[in-house]
Design a protein around this ligand. Structure first.
Ligand code: KIV
Length: 278
């Protein structure tokens, strides 16, 4: 079927989006949304809504697996989630995070992990964290034919070194962060996530790079914005960071549905005649 819209968000293309589509959107100056997803229902809903990029994030650590952060997440835990998201979508470009410990040892380890992720899940790209320390890994993975989304600024896998959830790029750190972003683009990354970065620095990086810059807590000037879907939908318990906006109240909706079910069972109202076989 012919492409009837070139828009990334909500466009009508009946095919998987590619890294070239993202690059073209940057050239057009078009902004786009990205969400995390870890399961078939949300993946299908977000894909149908036209979200162009879905991230199977290692934020599964504290949003699926009940770990305190992303550090404990393993590759074996990421793969089934990524597979489900790919199987449930037909348009979104699906990116899978490389979890902590699966790519930092050598560029060969990074490449081998990325090949396994692509073969076993069907995702179109991988994401890894780091600045200039990660460029050999990025280069090696890209050389193997796998698109890489980089992630710099606040990098949750290094929370223990950074010493907490701290805004990056302020003051003297700004030039370092800009140099990291430029090095990641030069190494072949097709996009960069900037997490918890001072807005003026994120704006400068967005202006300098010809690849899309995806912000999360990085101000309004990035090419794209990403949120963890549970934060976006208001599923959280209220302890979300400042950069999160809840666009719905799924927690209340689910609490209400759960109570209604429980009350009906206890009162003998469910199952009713229409739910009963004879
Ligand atoms: O794992 C994740 O969800 C992420 C996003 C916050 C960008 O890396």
């Amino acid at each position: 079927m012919a492409d009837t819209s070139s828009a990334l968000y909500g466009g009508e293309r009946q095919r998987r989006l590619t890294v070239l589509d993202l690059r073209a959107a940057k050239e057009r100056g078009e902004r786009w949304p990205m969400l995390t997803s870890y399961d078939m229902y949300t993946a299908g809903i977000f894909d149908a809504a036209g979200i162009p990029v879905l991230l199977v994030g290692d934020s599964a650590g504290n949003n699926v697996y009940a770990y305190p952060d992303t550090v404990p997440v393993t590759l074996d835990e990421m793969i089934p989630l990524a597979r489900a998201v790919v199987r449930s979508t037909s348009r979104a470009l699906v990116v899978c995070d490389l979890p902590f410990g699966s790519y930092e040892v050598t560029p060969e380890q990074a490449m081998t992990t990325s090949i396994r992720v692509l073969k076993e899940t069907g995702v179109q790209a991988v994401k890894l964290e780091g600045g200039r320390t990660a460029i050999d890994a990025v280069r090696r993975i890209v050389d193997a034919g796998i698109p890489v989304m980089a992630h710099t600024g606040f990098t949750p896998q290094r929370v223990n070194t950074i010493g907490g959830y701290r805004v990056q790029g302020r003051g003297d750190q700004a030039d370092e962060l800009i140099a990291d972003a430029e090095a990641l683009e030069a190494a072949g990354a097709f996009a960069i996530v900037l997490e918890m970065v001072a807005a003026d620095v994120a704006a400068e990086i967005t202006k300098r790079l010809s690849i899309p810059v995806v912000g999360i807590g990085a101000g309004p000037h990035c090419d794209a914005q990403v949120l963890v879907w549970q934060d976006m939908a208001g599923f959280g318990d209220g302890s979300t960071p400042r950069f999160v906006k809840a666009f719905g109240d799924l927690r209340t909706a689910l609490v209400d549905a759960t109570k209604a079910f429980g009350d009906d069972v206890v009162a003998g109202r469910f199952p009713a005649e229409e739910h009963t076989y004879h």
